[in-house]
Design a protein around this ligand. Structure first.
Ligand SMILES: [Zn+2]
Length: 142
């Protein structure tokens, strides 16, 4: 898997240093919840669509809004849900159903995606100190 070099600048930018337009392992194949099918990132392209846009424009920009449930959790939580890294997306409700309890702030790691806009449900689980913006751009750049 490619190591991500990321930086904050008018949103969050992830660069792909060695694989150019190849986003495998960097973005999910689809943003649909693998259990209930709800789109966890409305407005985001899937991996194939994102790679096509990167091939044309050198980057792909995705709007994160308060309709999104984009997050990362500690490996132990994801493993308890029966999943491997980058094996798909789960909405918060389906992740909680799989692990048999409500998520707490300790379940989330310090990845910067845990600071982007999110649904009220996700924000309530993370109990963030700083309230996020309602919209922010996440960008992949080759
Ligand atoms: Zn779901």
């Amino acid at each position: 898997m490619t190591t991500l070099a990321n930086r904050l600048k008018g949103g969050t930018t992830f660069t792909t240093p060695d694989k150019a337009n190849d986003l495998r392992g960097l973005t999910p194949e689809s943003w649909d919840c693998i259990d209930c099918g709800v789109n966890t990132a409305p407005g985001f392209p899937n991996r194939i669509e994102a790679e096509k846009e990167m091939a044309i424009r050198g980057e792909v920009t995705m709007p994160v809004t308060n309709e999104c449930e984009i997050y990362t959790v500690r490996d132990s939580v994801w493993e308890k849900a029966g999943l491997k890294p980058m094996s798909g997306c789960l909405c918060i409700g389906c992740l909680e159903k799989r692990i048999g309890r409500q998520l707490t702030p300790m379940d989330f790691d310090d990845h910067e995606l845990n600071a982007v806009p999110a649904t009220p449900r996700l924000l309530s689980r993370q109990q963030r100190r700083r309230k996020p913006k309602t919209k922010m751009m996440v960008r992949f750049r080759a």
